[in-house]
Design a protein around this ligand. Structure first.
Ligand code: ADP
Ligand code: MG
Length: 343
C-alpha cells in the first residue's frame, strides 16, 4: 500500500469519485435500463419502469439534533428520497429504512423519528416495507431507500435536454441554506448563553425550508394534468448551478441562466442580506431546496407560462456557448458551481 499513489477524495470531489466507481460497473443485466448517474436507477418491468434510489443522512454531517427535532428528521429522510423519484417523473411506492443507533437514543426517541417517517409515508402514499437496525458508535445514521414506478414512455432522465429547451425550476431557491445559517447562529448563541430563548419567529419560512423540505410530487401530478413531458429533470439537492451542470454534462449542452429570473423568496432574500451573504449565491450554490429543475421544449411553454409555482430561469444552449449567467445589467459571466462539498 505504501508505494501506491494516494489520491485525496477532495482532489476529485464527490462526483469525480462516483464517476470513478461507475467506470468499473457497466450494467450487464438486460433489465437494467439505467445504472449509476441519474436521480434513481431504472429497472425494466415491461410497461412500467421500477425506480430505485437511496440517500443517507449522518448526524454531524447532514443534521444536528440540537436543532433538528426527530420527527422532522424522519420526515426529511423520506422526503429527500421521494424527491429523487419525482425527478424521474415517477410515483413513489415503497421505502425501507436503515438505522444506526447509539445508546444515547431511547425507544421514545426512535418512536419520535418514526412519527415523522409515518407522516411522510402518509403524505406521499408510500409503504414502509422493511429496513435494518444496528448500533452505531458515531451518532445517528439514517438511510432510506425508495422504490417507485413510472410508465416507460414517461420516464425523464438528466440527459434528454435539447438545445433551446427552456430551463424551469419549481418553488423558490436558497431558503434551506439561509435557514441553516439562522439555526447555526441560534445554536452558537444558545451555547454561549443557555438562558437565551431562540428567536426564530421572524425566520419561520427559511427555517421550515431547512427542517421540513417537501418533495414536489404535486408538480409531477400537474405535469400529467397539463400534458407536460419534461425533456430532462433533476432535483435540487446540491444547489441550482451544480444541478444545471449535471443536466448540461449529461445532455451534452451549455446553459444560460438569468439573474433576474432566480426565484428567491422575500424572507430568504432579506435574511441572506442580514448575514451579508449574496442571495444569488444562496440560490445558485446553497443546498437542500429539493425543488425540481427541468427542461421543456419551446412548444410546451404555453402550458406553464401562467403557473404560479414554475419559473422559467433560462434556456439550454450549445455546448460551445458554455454555461453562462446573465446578470441584471446584462453582463454575461461564466456560471460557477460550488455545490455542497462533503469532502
Ligand atoms: P442524488 O443527489 O440525486 O441523490 P447523487 O449525486 O447522490 O444523486 O448520486 C449520483 C449518482 O451516483 C446516483 O446514480 C447514485 O446512485 C450514484 N452513487 C452515489 N454514491 C454511490 C456509491 N457509493 N456507489 C455507487 N453509486 C453511487
Ligand atoms: Mg437527486
Amino acid at each position: 500500500m505504501s508505494d501506491e499513489k494516494r489520491t485525496e477524495i477532495g482532489e476529485i470531489g464527490e462526483f469525480g469519485l462516483i464517476d470513478r466507481i461507475a467506470e468499473k460497473f457497466s450494467p450487464t443485466n438486460e433489465k437494467t435500463v439505467k445504472g449509476i448517474g441519474d436521480d434513481t436507477a431504472v429497472y425494466d418491468l415491461g410497461d412500467k419502469y421500477l425506480l430505485i434510489t437511496t440517500d443517507m443522512l449522518l448526524e454531524g454531517v447532514h443534521f444536528d439534533l440540537s436543532y433538528m427535532p426527530l420527527p422532522h428528521l424522519g420526515y426529511k429522510a423520506v422526503a429527500v428520497n421521494i424527491s429523487d423519484i419525482a425527478a424521474m417523473n415517477g410515483k413513489p411506492t415503497q421505502i425501507t429504512v436503515n438505522l444506526g443507533l447509539s445508546n444515547r437514543f431511547s425507544v421514545e426517541a426512535v418512536e419520535a423519528l418514526y412519527e415523522g417517517i409515518k407522516a411522510a409515508c402518509d403524505e406521499y402514499d408510500v409503504d414502509l416495507v422493511g429496513g435494518d437496525t444496528t448500533s452505531s458508535s458515531s451518532g445517528l445514521i439514517i438511510s432510506v431507500t425508495a422504490l417507485g414506478e413510472v410508465d416507460r414512455d414517461k420516464v425523464v432522465y438528466r440527459n434528454g435536454a435539447m438545445e433551446s429547451d427552456i430551463l424551469c425550476v419549481t418553488g423558490d431557491l436558497g431558503g434551506a441554506f439561509v435557514g441553516l445559517q439562522v439555526l447555526e447562529r441560534e445554536k452558537a448563541e444558545y451555547m454561549a448563553n443557555p438562558d437565551m430563548q431562540p428567536k426564530l419567529d421572524k425566520y419561520d419560512y427559511v427555517v421550515g425550508r431547512q427542517l421540513k423540505p417537501k418533495a414536489r410530487m404535486d408538480i409531477i401530478h400537474e405535469f400529467k394534468d397539463l400534458g407536460i413531458q419534461p425533456t430532462s429533470m433533476i432535483d435540487v439537492s446540491d444547489g441550482l448551478a451544480s444541478e444545471a451542470f449535471h443536466l448540461c454534462k449529461q445532455s451534452g449542452l451549455g446553459v444560460a441562466i438569468y439573474e433576474d429570473k432566480l426565484p428567491i423568496e422575500k424572507q430568504a432574500y432579506e435574511t441572506a442580506a442580514e448575514f451579508s451573504i449574496d442571495p444569488n449565491s444562496c440560490a445558485l450554490n446553497g443546498g437542500e431546496d429539493y425543488e425540481l429543475l427541468f427542461t421543456i421544449g419551446q412548444d410546451d411553454f404555453e402550458k406553464i407560462k401562467n403557473h404560479s409555482d414554475i419559473h422559467t430561469i433560462g434556456y439550454m444552449q450549445s455546448k460551445s456557448k458554455g454555461r453562462t449567467f446573465v446578470t441584471r445589467s446584462q453582463n454575461v459571466v461564466e456560471l460557477q458551481a460550488q455545490g455542497w462539498k462533503h469532502f
